[in-house]
Design a binder for this molecule. Structure first.
Ligand SMILES: Cc1ncc(COP(=O)(O)O)c(C=O)c1O
Length: 476
């Protein structure tokens, strides 16, 4: 007997309970609390000492239902619109279950032959979506932040002589990385982690549409060169986290080529909108980057975690990460890839499976139209804000982020709390150009026109209440 396995009967029972649980979860989503108030006592109960004798399957499933689910944020609720977070698609949980069962180690191909080809297929497809050439290579990562970290490490290997041997320990002038004031914190974080240092990150000003000001970028590069520093890399953003603005990618790519700078595009939020041909004009410049971050756990609705790094010249990615190790050698194979040579991890999960399975099952068109729907919902919401008295857009609606403020509301945090407490919506806080407000980010394939209209109605009601509350008494 093996205590770590289920019997045939138990397996059938576990399967039935899991299927029932997934089914009732999906059916209950729209009515669920978006932000359940956690039962602290129950959660604290999870800290009880681990049982020496197991509680068994049924008690475990009961605990999932009674404690874990009620204490979990309903990110798939149609009116969960805070942050850039895509809820999972319908196929992903099943793919995740099988990935756990086969437990492929996606480090070298002998331990994961099919997985290695599946990952390659996902990466080649994503490279074609971005418009990268055939020599591009990439790797799936734990998210957008890690993809950017891994990209900047690749850029260091490529641009800093002897980086592999000496790192940044040689007595060279500081390297400088340029990004905009609207860039995601992951850029700063990567620079700090890699030893470039926050003092050497230039946050370039943006124009009136929150896009990197290319003239200011050029001036900053020139000034740093004059001061004896080493301009090294530009991180442009395709879909900034607050307003969804897209930096002028072509102009930045021209500058990077004039100045011999590595161009990384952080496309974690926006670049997968390139699934729609109509977005080429706005973000086609992604194709000119040396490397790009994508985030399948956002616009491909893969469950966490699935980020992606693509590098235009795949040899540069391999140069940064391939190490000889006598105990891990398998003959190279033209079909299979050893992903340990394309990133920092050795043991790696089969992240590509959930992405590939969903695209196979639903087709690319389904993802394209889900994303187009979110773009339309954001436009509808933006129009609603513009037309409503007392609501004010804080930034143009370019992608799916809608930033606005409510006249007379000093403290938008309490408005967010009210909306969440009434289960109207979970929206997020934002600061645009120093002004505080609220952000609805439509990265949820379950959100409908009805959801948008319901939130707008509630906001209009809030404005009317605000006006009544502060209006002078007509009797006086
Ligand atoms: C523009 C941008 N870059 C990077 C990230 C970080 O991605 P992740 O949370 O997958 O690490 C985000 C997350 O929202 C983002 O919007």
């Amino acid at each position: 007997m093996n205590e770590l396995l289920l019997t045939d009967d138990e397996r059938a029972h576990a399967g039935a309970r899991l299927v029932a649980l997934l089914d009732s979860y999906e059916r209950g989503l729209a009515e669920a609390d978006i932000l359940p108030v956690p039962d602290r006592a129950q959660l604290a109960g999870l800290l009880a000492p681990m049982p020496d004798k197991g509680i068994g399957l049924d008690a475990l499933f009961d605990r999932w239902e009674d404690v874990v689910l009620p204490g979990s944020t309903t990110v798939a609720h149609p009116r969960f619109l805070a942050y850039v977070l895509g809820p999972p698609n319908g196929v992903a949980p099943y793919a995740e279950a099988l990935a756990a069962a086969i437990n492929q180690n996606c480090n070298f191909w002998q331990l994961s032959p099919a997985a290695s080809v599946v990952e390659r297929s996902v990466l080649e497809w994503l490279a074609s979506v971005v418009g990268f050439p055939a020599g591009a290579k990439g790797i799936l990562t734990g998210g957008g932040s890690l993809a950017t970290l891994q990209a900047l490490a690749t850029a260091l290997h490529d641009r800093v002589p002897d980086f592999h041997a000496s790192g940044l320990q040689r007595d060279h002038a500081p390297l400088v990385v340029y990004t905009s004031v609207e860039a995601h914190r992951s850029v700063d974080k990567a620079a700090a982690i890699l030893g470039v240092g926050l003092d050497n990150v230039r946050h370039i000003a943006t124009d009136d549409r929150h896009r990197m000001d290319v003239s200011a970028l050029r001036r900053a590069v020139e000034q740093d060169r004059r001061n004896g520093l080493r301009p090294w890399c530009v991180v442009a953003t395709c879909g900034t986290v607050s307003t969804g603005s897209v930096d002028p990618l072509d102009a930045i790519a021209d500058l990077c080529s004039d100045e011999d700078l590595w161009l990384h595009v952080d496309g974690a939020y926006g670049a997968l909108f390139l699934l729609s041909e109509g977005m080429r004009e706005l973000m086609g410049g992604c194709a000119r980057a040396d490397s790009i971050t994508l985030d399948p756990h956002k616009l491909l609705y893969a469950p966490l975690e699935a980020g992606c790094l693509l590098v235009r010249d795949g040899a540069k990615l391999r140069d940064a990460y391939a190490f000889d190790s006598s105990y891990l050698t398998v003959a190279e194979d033209p079909l299979m890839t050893d992903y340990m040579d394309y990133g920092p991890q050795l043991s790696r999960s089969f992240k590509a499976f959930k992405v590939w399975s969903a695209v196979q099952a639903f087709g690319v068109e389904a993802f394209r139209s889900a994303n187009e729907r979110t773009l339309e919902l954001a436009q509808r919401f933006g129009r609603g804000v513009q037309e409503a008295e007392g609501l004010r857009l804080l930034a143009p609606v370019v992608l799916t982020a809608v930033c606005f403020s409510v006249d007379g509301v000093e403290d938008h945090a309490s408005l967010l709390e009210e909306l969440a407490a009434e289960n109207v919506a979970l929206l997020g806080p934002v600061v645009v150009g120093g002004e505080r407000g609220v952000r609805a980010c439509f990265t949820n394939h379950r959100t409908s026109v009805g959801d948008v209209d319901l939130i707008l109605e509630r906001l209009r009601g809030r404005v009317a209440f605000q006006a009544r509350g502060f209006a002078p008494d007509p009797a006086n």
